[in-house]
Design a protein. Sequence first.
Length: 75
Amino acid sequence: MKLSKLGRGQSARITSVHHVPAVIRHRLAVMGLIPGTAVELVRHAPLGDPLQIRLDNEQLIVRRDVAKLIDVETL
């Protein structure tokens, strides 16, 4: 399942990040979005992009096109 497909309030664990340019992959890693990390989808913006996710005690904003490249497994 892709991070972009999570429903509001749904939790998941990141399993992999595919076909992401090195610059974006590095930025995701700095934000903590690496395999094994648990995330929760807080909400979608009104038009569906971007997504607000919770990672530990942090709130992050991720573009939908990037979220489509992140594989997750639901918890």
